[in-house]
Design a protein around this ligand. Structure first.
Ligand SMILES: Nc1ncnc2c1ncn2[C@@H]1O[C@H](COP(=O)(O)OP(=O)(O)OP(=O)(O)O)[C@@H](O)[C@H]1O
Length: 769
């Protein structure tokens, strides 16, 4: 509802007053920052000077070390306080530009005076401690997002409160000026959202705090669930919701939660870059981000881990992929079998390997097996492993003591320089020993310990267990479902062994193998992480999700995805998915939220994309108008590529980035080879972290989670998209477009498109000549 000119004038006056105060505070903070910066410089310079003191004399060095530690801590503290001030300056700068976006008028009881609260990206308190702006995450601010006028409730640390909401007003303020102002009874009215969505560009994702929708708000403010599952259609704000949720949780649990105790599993590195500005724009530090490939590679050092994309490419070439086999290995049952196998594995079936030193056996696997066999049978696997480790370390120490007195060691000691001798003494002083023999013995042990460091590390890291052989044993005894025949299973096992020989591991083996290794060795779990977020969860197998759960046992999980965008597997109903996950995760407090409204694309693009899906009816388009998607049909490759070029040029007239999305890498390469001779084009790779301007070409799996002003889907022909199996891919491509969507077909278009209602798109058809 529009507001009167007089009201707007009054509101503008208030904006002016607040902005003036914010600017004054910004100036003070700037001064503080400059002062802090000078201090950091002095401390750092001091540290540098001390760091280069003469450390020739050993005693000096010890003192210098302690002093340096202290100096280092001072530097760290100074840098940290400077960083805090820096963040404050950033926040105040943003508030100076746009101090708030919402206002709510509330009245707790008829006898109370009505209150007028303004809501912005951060709180601002004047010198008399009056809140001129409330942080969007404050308990009372939830009323802005959740409530329609009338009686409303909100959660506070002290429990549920109620109040009467008498007015809800939205603002768009830029450079301290109100551009738009509406009163609304809706959650957050469409007018402002229209305007925000119309302006979006695609270089970085923006924060959405001014226009969070009710269901999104439920995701953001859920502090109750151990497992929160979000099924949201393409462009419904799942990723946005995660990021604002992280900002909310950081605010909510300020004292007990740090940004680095949250991990977001993101679909690719480009995506990580794309979302990297959202949290800083809210004055928060970014959480950790990792792709599944990075997470697994870090845990399989020395092996090349197959990536999801490699597997996708491979699957597309092999028509003989064995879905039953995959379904089995990716299931919760498979992981349960791993756990059961490890729990009951008798000591004599543990697969040990020799510990080597300089090409010779240092500890023989038979002697390690003997240690294991002598331990009590009822020991838990991890305890047993620890006991073996401790025994080996004890034996290593014996060997070190024995060796320390040998002649060759004594000869080395005789030839040591004074400095080398002092180095080996470390913190000990000469007078600390009862006799010279004792001192020499000590030095001898130090020499051997250094030499045998590699053996110690091998024991410490548990390398004496051959986890690959063990996993192979597990595979050999696993209970398979009826539909997997023994030959297929033998071939699969052989593929695993050959992979290991060549230092490669297939994605399908990663989660179960890691679980097996972690259980048997009692390692691999991180108890510091409090929240794990998995975006695009439809591309994860249940086995992978369960392993991630195992790796972060104390974390709460938020899993977000869209089963319609599954590039790798079939579609699953949300409720069914939740039940499956709840059972597998064994959590008490699970919650499912579904998002059906799509904000990314124009109404025309969303309507086209949803029509591709057999059950797309539930998807609602946001009312933002644009052109109908265009299907370009060209016969022959040359005509198609020329058509592509003219379309690219046409789109570039009105936008900075045009994405040409293909089904796989081979197509992307071919398109790029052509385009690069005619325009500024970039072929995106798995390793890319930033997105250039101009034309970018990439296979769809690299564009997961991203969005572009203009998208051209390359070759949507009947040959390339023959049947329903490709629906998810086509839908994902179409739903990346915000404003313009073109679908180029070489030859007749796919039946997935020709079966659609013809009013949903236009056709540009050049007939065969
Ligand atoms: N409440 C909102 N206010 C403003 N913009 C919004 C809102 N919700 C979503 N958007 C915008 O819609 C677009 C899609 O959001 P987002 O990428 O979070 O969706 P998604 O569900 O993760 O999509 P996908 O599954 O297709 O990758 C983004 O540009 C986002 O900024």
């Amino acid at each position: 509802m529009a507001t009167s000119a007089q009201e707007q004038q009054q509101e503008q006056q208030r904006v002016d007053q607040v902005v003036a105060q914010v600017k004054q505070r910004a100036q003070q903070t700037d001064d503080l920052l400059a002062k802090a910066h000078r201090e950091t410089d002095v401390i750092q310079k001091n540290y540098g000077d001390n760091n280069s003191v003469n450390t020739f004399e050993v005693d000096d060095r010890i003192e210098t070390n302690a002093e340096l530690q202290q100096q280092k801590q001072m530097v760290e503290r100074a840098v940290e306080s400077e960083a805090i001030l820096n963040r404050q300056v950033g926040v105040l700068k943003d508030l100076g530009n746009s101090p708030y976006f919402g206002r709510i008028d509330i009245q707790d009881t008829p006898d109370d005076a009505p209150e007028r609260l303004y809501i912005g990206t951060a709180s601002f308190v004047d010198n008399d401690q009056n809140f001129l702006v409330y942080d969007w995450r404050a308990p009372i601010s939830s009323v802005y997002y959740n409530g329609t006028l009338g009686k409303v409730a909100y959660q506070t640390p002290a429990g549920k409160q109620t109040t009467e909401l008498t007015k809800k007003r939205q603002f768009q303020i830029d450079h301290g000026e109100i551009k738009n102002m509406f009163d609304t009874n809706e959650t957050v009215g469409d007018e402002i959202l229209q305007s925000v969505l119309g302006q979006q560009n695609d270089a970085y994702m923006q924060n959405i705090v001014a226009t969070i929708q009710k269901e999104q708000n439920d995701i953001i403010r859920d502090t109750y669930s151990d497992l929160l599952v979000v099924q949201g259609v393409a462009g419904s704000g799942k990723t946005s919701a995660i990021l604002q949720r992280i900002a909310f949780l950081l605010y909510h649990s300020r004292a007990s939660l740090e940004a680095d105790q949250m991990v977001l599993f993101s679909p690719n590195r480009l995506f990580s870059h794309y979302i990297s500005e959202v949290l800083p724009s809210l004055g928060e530090r970014n959480m950790r981000q990792v792709t599944l490939a990075e997470f697994l590679s870090a845990r399989f050092q020395g092996l090349t881990v197959e990536s999801l994309f490699e597997r996708y490419e491979q699957d597309r070439q092999q028509t003989t992929a064995a879905p039953a086999l995959r379904a089995f290995q990716e299931s919760a049952d498979f992981m349960t079998q791993v756990t059961a196998y490890c729990q009951q594995l008798p000591a004599d079936q543990l697969r040990f390997t020799n510990i080597m030193f300089n090409g010779e056996i240092f500890f023989h696997k038979a002697s390690i097996a003997k240690i294991a066999a002598d331990l009590p049978k009822a020991m838990q696997p991890a305890d047993r492993f620890l006991a073996i480790k401790n025994t080996l370390i004890k034996r290593l120490k014996h060997r070190i003591s024995d060796e320390a007195q040998s002649d060759w060691v004594n000869e080395i000691i005789d030839q040591l320089s004074d400095e080398a001798y002092h180095d080996l003494l470390g913190k000990k002083r000469r007078g600390d020993f009862q006799s010279l023999d004792n001192e020499v013995f000590y030095i001898g042990k130090q020499i051997i310990t250094k030499r045998l460091r590699q053996v110690y590390d091998a024991i410490y890291n548990g390398y004496f267990l051959d986890t690959y052989e063990q996993y192979n044993d597990f595979l050999a005894q696993v209970k398979r479902p009826q539909n997997i025949d023994p030959t297929a299973w033998q071939t699969r096992m052989q593929a695993f062994r050959t992979g290991i020989e060549y230092h490669r591991i297939a994605l399908i083996d990663c989660a179960p193998l890691l679980l097996l290794r972690d259980i048997l060795t009692g390692s691999g779990q991180n108890r510091r992480m409090q929240y794990i977020f998995v975006d695009e969860m439809q591309d994860y197998s249940l086995a992978q999700l369960l392993y991630i759960k195992h790796a972060f046992p104390l974390a709460k999980f938020t899993l977000l995805g869209d089963s319609e965008q599954a590039l790798f597997k079939g579609i699953e109903r949300p409720q069914q998915l939740l039940e499956r996950l709840r059972d597998a995760f064994a959590v008490r407090r699970a919650n499912l939220i579904t998002l059906n409204k799509s904000y990314r694309s124009t109404k025309q693009i969303t309507n086209f994309a949803k029509a591709l899906l057999p059950d797309g009816d539930q998807i609602q388009a946001f009312t933002r108008e644009g052109d109908l998607p265009k299907v370009m049909i060209r016969y022959g490759h040359e005509a198609a590529l020329n058509g592509l070029l003219s379309e690219v040029n046409h789109q570039l007239e009105s936008t900075h980035t045009v994405a040409v999305l293909t089904k796989d890498l081979a197509e992307s390469r071919a398109v790029y080879q052509f385009l690069k001779h005619h325009t500024v084009a970039t072929l995106m790779a798995d390793s890319d972290r930033t997105m250039p301007l101009g034309v970018i070409v990439m296979p769809i799996y690299l564009a997961k989670g991203l969005e572009f002003d203009a998208v051209i889907a390359y070759d949507v022909s009947a040959t390339n998209y023959a049947d329903e199996a490709d629906t998810g891919i086509l839908y994902t491509i179409a739903s990346r477009a915000m404003h313009h969507l073109t679908l180029l077909s070489i030859g007749d278009a796919s039946p997935l498109i020709t079966h659609l209602d013809p009013t949903l798109f236009t056709i540009d058809h050049r007939v065969r000549v």
